[in-house]
Design a protein around this ligand. Structure first.
Ligand SMILES: [Ca+2]
Length: 273
């Protein structure tokens, strides 16, 4: 940290879960499409062909997909698919790749466990970059499907990458070490030891927006660096709870201390529905 000693004050209006995480970069098998065979790239439905091509954006090969819009999956889907691995609820998958769709057509991309949880329609001439992200709503295997958009299509994919932003792991707040605020049908639970968020519930519907007991970061800071050229990040993990005072049924004041700053947070629980 290059910023000076100081105090930051934030009022937090809590209507939904907050989470930040650290990106995890792992090599994606055949993301560069340089393997000789199709490798992890599967046939999705009944495309004409899924094979490597010398029309490369990087290296000497890309993945070429040709479809004929015949005997398609429900919704006219066919193309290629691959596994994105197994992920935990709360993880964010950031998928990027370059694509080239010939003939001014579109491709449809789906990401999910066994069905499209996220769906994107992409088009572009020449090599175009796609940046897609999905927060995993449940733990398990995830896949990506890259399909024609409802008519016979030829497209190319190269430089495919996946960065996983892991859900923060802050452990569990024991039942005796939690305090709750209520505002309308919303109940916000905080960990009295750490100031972490430990649950957001809609009491009217029974929905747990954030699971009760599981600690998640309540706040983080971005502080202008001393040279004014950028920002230093102060994650929740670097903040220690100095005090937590519940001052009304729907309001609490928390003070956190970091190495060089203190932060006062007013947590005000209010339903936005
Ligand atoms: Ca390549």
């Amino acid at each position: 940290m290059t910023h000076g000693r100081g105090i930051a004050i934030a009022w937090l209006l809590i209507c939904a879960g907050l989470a930040v995480g650290l990106p995890v970069v792992a090599a994606v098998e055949d993301g560069d499409m340089e393997q000789a065979e199709r490798g992890p790239w599967n046939l999705y439905g009944t495309p004409v062909n899924v094979e490597k091509s010398p029309l490369a954006r990087g290296g000497v090969q890309s993945l070429k997909v040709v479809t004929d819009n015949l005997e398609t999956m429900g919704g006219n889907y066919e193309g290629t698919s691959r596994s994105l691995g197994t992920h935990e609820a709360g993880d964010v998958l950031r998928v990027s790749f370059w694509y080239w769709v010939t003939g001014s057509k579109s491709i449809v991309v789906g990401i999910g466990p066994t069905y499209f949880m996220g769906r994107w329609v992409l088009s572009g001439t020449d090599w175009t970059r796609a940046d897609l992200s999905l927060r995993c709503p449940k733990t398990g295997p995830y896949n990506i499907w890259i399909s024609q958009g409802g008519s016979a299509t030829e497209f190319y994919i190269d430089d495919f990458d996946v960065v996983v932003e892991k859900r923060p792991e802050l452990g569990t707040a024991p039942a005796g070490k939690r305090t709750s605020l209520t505002g309308g049908p919303l109940r916000l639970t905080l960990c009295k030891e750490t100031g972490a968020l430990a649950g957001i519930e809609n009491l009217a519907t029974g929905e747990a927006v954030a699971p009760v007991g599981e600690r998640q970061p309540l706040v983080g800071l971005e502080l202008l660096s001393e040279d004014g050229m950028g920002y230093d990040k102060l994650g929740f993990e670097a903040l220690r709870l100095a005090s937590l005072d519940k001052i009304a049924e729907d309001t609490a004041e928390l003070v956190f201390r970091g190495d060089t700053v203190a932060i006062e947070v007013g947590a005000w629980c209010v339903s936005c529905r």
